[in-house]
Each structure stands twice: as C-alpha cells, then as structure tokens.
Design a protein around this ligand. Structure first.
Ligand code: ADP
Ligand code: PHD
Length: 445
C-alpha cells in the first residue's frame, strides 16, 4: 500500500480537487489517502475558537455560514448526481450543526480540537463522494477509529496499525481508502490534534502503521527547496535528501514538512516523496536512508525562539551545575534547541514560552538571568557539511549581521545560527548569496 497525503493547497478549490482525482486515476495499486481541510478553512475554525472565548455567537454564525457556502459550492461543482449531491450536502450540514452546538460550550482544549478538526471531516467526505461519482470505488474511513496517538513524540504505530486493520476488515476491499489528517485520539480518549500542519505527520504515522511501500506528500511546490522560497528568490528543488537532513530541516522550520514528519518512517526505512499536485510529472524530492551527495543542501529558519542566559561566576563549571539547569527545563517539559557555554555563563534557546515564568523563577537561584525573545534559528544542513571547506564562507556573514549564538560540530550535518527575528530574511538571503550563488563542487578537507 502507498500513502498519499494531499495538503490544503491541493484540495483548496474545485480545479485542484479534480487534479487530485487525475493523479489517483493514473496510479495502480492500493492507496491510502490522507487529506487536509480546504486551504483557509482551519484558520477560520481557529477564529471560531477565539470567538468562543469571548462568546461572540453572532460572529461565529457568520463564519459557519461562510463555511457552509464554501463547501456546498464545492459539492455542487463536483457532484452532479442528485442522490450523491444530497448525501454530501446532508453530511456537511450535520457536521456544521454539531459544530454550532459545540460553540455553545465554554472554551477548553477539547473544544478547540473538536472545532479545528471539522474541516478535514467535511473535505474527506466530499472527496470520497466525488470519487464514487467518477466511478472510483473507495472506502471513507473515520481517522478517530484508529489514530490513537497518546504520545505525540513517539507514536505507537503498531497499535495504530492494529486498529487500522480492524477498521478495514469490516469493509468491502477497495483500491482507495480515504481518511482525515490532523486529528488524533489522545491518552484521555479525547479528540485532539497533531498540531498545525499535522496532516504530514498523520501520513507518516499511518505509513509506518500499515508498513507502506512509500509515502507521497503532495503540495503546491515542486519539492523541498534549498532555501525558504517565501523569502529568498531563485531557490531550487533538491532531488534527494537523507532522512537526517530532512528531519533537521523540518524540525528547524521548513514549512513544507511538519517538524515530526520524518521520524515514523525512519525506523521502517519507508521512502518519502514530496510532489507538486499542479505539476505531477516533475520528479520532486525523494527522502530516504540513502546518501546521494555530501556537502551543503539547504537552509531553513525557525521563528519564535527565546534565548536565556544564566551568568554565574561561582558555580558554572562546577560538577552537577548543568544537570540542575537542565532539570528545570525537564520539569516544565520544555525542549532546549541550542546551547553554548563559557567559563561564567550558559546560553540556551527554547521554542515554547508556555512555562517561561515558572522556569525563570527557578533559574533565578542559579545566577543572573537575561531573556531575549523574538529570535530565529537559522539552520544550515547537508551530510558532512562541516567538512566542506566552502562552508566557512558563512562566517563572512558575521560582518553584516549580529549573530547571538552559533552551534557548530554538534553533528556533521548541521550548523545553526541564532539571530534576532528582524534579521531573519537578511540572513537567509545573505547565506543564499554566500553559499549557493558561489557554489562549486564541495571541497572536503
Ligand atoms: N524549503 C522549502 N521548500 C519548499 N517549500 C517551502 C520551504 N520552506 C517553506 N516552504 C513553503 O511551504 C509551502 C507548502 O506548505 P504546506 O503547509 O506544506 O502546504 P500544504 O500542506 O497546504 O500542501 C510552499 O508553498 C512554500 O512556500
Ligand atoms: N488543516 C490543518 C492540518 C494540515 O496539515 O494542513 P496542511 O496540510 O494544509 O498544512 C492545518 O491547517 O493545520
């Protein structure tokens, strides 16, 4: 079986949905489709959750009516068979009626998750009905029956696989199965999400669960680019990336992949392809355990970083000091991304300010604390990167941009720079010029 994920941009309009159907029609074999909501819909649903907090029911009603129109127009443009059209309309109306009653509750994390995942429920049903009308037999699956993911960092894919097999064992077998991305059932047996952009992660969890031959992530660009195309001109798609390279880039902000997407497929060595729904014949990017070339591959940027400096001339290098510092972050379940030390100070970065006040209060016992918010980590990635002589050109950038921290040598594949977010675009563009626009054959020492 192959797992194919189509993102919001690929199912965002009637034309794109027809494209997706054509892509499927040209591919033999069993396929599990993981679909996102139509683009823009999840943002509207998040707006509803903000309006629940302030109990603005008239604004909520306006958004629900916009969502109803959008989905009904899509149904009418795609499905002209009267019975199938009525069935899809009735499904969407039931989902929106449930959504409306949900919004009468007090805001909670559970209400948030139920509301924001309804976009996927509506779109998958519409798509399944559209395929049926086109004569493509398919099974519509409710992801809540099998996406039981208690531990977000380490999903039990065997368990998901057992539940998946149980779900499909009761159905007439078909070549195409369709399910929702983004949603999961958590350890309290409640509806939850895999975080924004999480349908990529749904696809790789399911690929590991069903022991798929490959995963294809279909989006609106022709593969993984060497730099962020939203900020840098003349970027290009990379033909091959290793799992490690892609994991680093996704974790450090490359929007094309959700940060945790790669981990479920590494263990089973399932190759992942990034393809463009609008130019399906282009090769895209293949991500696998193979290393095809060494040296610099790509740059990404992760925003929302807070740097914390702990200055203590008494104890810093004393035995056990760093352990105590790390225990504070561990206690508040806050991951550390970068660390640098000197004789009298340690600087580290975190990407979540959720428990910052409590963390700072506890760190106060260990020295003088300085906090700097609104920073970005710029991550430069490539197998054996630090052995490539031409990489040293990146240090020329330090003349133009104040770099707050550097991480070099943590692995052979990654160099990270911490800069104020206001310098992010300048840094991405500067690095592109210094590293890619002068790129020759990598020179290893
Ligand atoms: N390194 C990168 N390579 C390719 N696209 C990137 C990269 N960094 C950011 N992007 C952006 O990611 C977008 C795809 O985002 P994504 O959320 O995956 O879309 P969807 O899930 O709706 O298909 C691209 O249109 C592009 O602008
Ligand atoms: N619809 C969800 C989940 C998702 O992954 O979407 P997309 O595939 O469009 O990034 C979101 O917007 O977060």
């Amino acid at each position: 079986m192959k797992v194919l994920k189509f993102g919001g941009t690929s199912v965002g309009s009637v034309e794109s949905i027809k494209n997706v159907k054509n892509i499927l029609a040209g591919r033999e074999g069993k396929k599990l489709l993981v679909l996102s909501a139509m683009s823009g819909v999840t943002n509207k649903l998040v707006e509803i959750t903000d309006l629940i907090k302030v109990k603005d029911h008239s604004a909520i009603a306006t958004i629900i009516s916009e969502l109803k129109n959008k989905h009904e127009e899509t149904i009418d443009a795609l499905i002209n068979d009267a019975t199938l059209n009525a069935d899809a309309r009735s499904f969407v109306n039931d989902v929106l009626t449930t959504l409306k009653s949900l919004t009468l509750n007090e805001y909670s994390e559970g209400v948030y998750a139920e509301v924001v995942t309804t976009g996927e429920t509506m779109l998958t049903y519409i798509f399944s009905t559209f395929l049926t009308q086109q004569g493509i037999q398919n099974n519509f699956l409710n992801a809540k029956d099998f996406m039981h993911v208690s531990n977000l960092e380490n999903p039990d894919t065997e368990f998901v696989g057992e539940l998946f097999q149980k779900s499909i064992s009761q159905l007439e077998p078909t070549e195409v199965y369709i399910t929702q991305g983004f949603v999961r059932i958590d350890s309290n047996n409640s509806i939850n999400t895999l975080k924004r952009g999480g349908s990529d992660y749904s696809a790789t969890i399911l690929a590991a669960a069903v022991k798929a031959d490959e995963v294809q992530i279909w989006t609106d660009i022709d593969g993984f680019h060497n730099n962020d195309p939203r900020y840098v001109e003349n970027t290009h798609a990379i033909a091959e990336l290793s799992f490690e390279e892609a994991s680093e880039l996704a974790y450090f902000g490359a929007k094309i992949l959700h940060p945790q997407t790669i981990s479920p497929v590494i263990k089973r060595q399932i190759p992942l392809f990034l393809k463009n729904t609008f130019t399906p014949d282009l090769p895209g990017t293949r991500i696998s355990d193979e290393i095809h070339s060494r040296g610099l591959k790509a740059i990404s940027a992760k925003d929302g970083i807070t740097a914390i400096k702990i200055k203590s001339n008494r104890m810093l290098m004393a035995h056990g000091f760093l352990k105590k510092i790390f225990e504070v972050f561990d206690k508040y379940e806050t991951a550390i991304d970068m660390i640098t030390t000197s004789e009298i100070a340690i600087s580290l970065t975190i990407d979540s300010d959720r428990n910052l006040d409590q963390i700072l209060e506890e760190l106060n016992d260990y020295g003088e604390i300085t906090v700097e918010k609104e920073h970005s980590i710029i991550c430069i990635v490539g197998e054996g990167l630090i052995e490539d002589k031409s990489t040293s050109r990146l240090f020329e950038l330090l003349n133009d941009i104040p770099v707050r921290m550097i991480s070099y040598g943590g692995s052979n594949n990654n160099i990270s720079l911490l800069v104020a977010s206001k310098h992010k675009i300048q840094t991405l563009q500067g690095l592109n010029q210094k590293l890619f626009e002068h790129q020759e054959t990598p020179q290893f020492v």
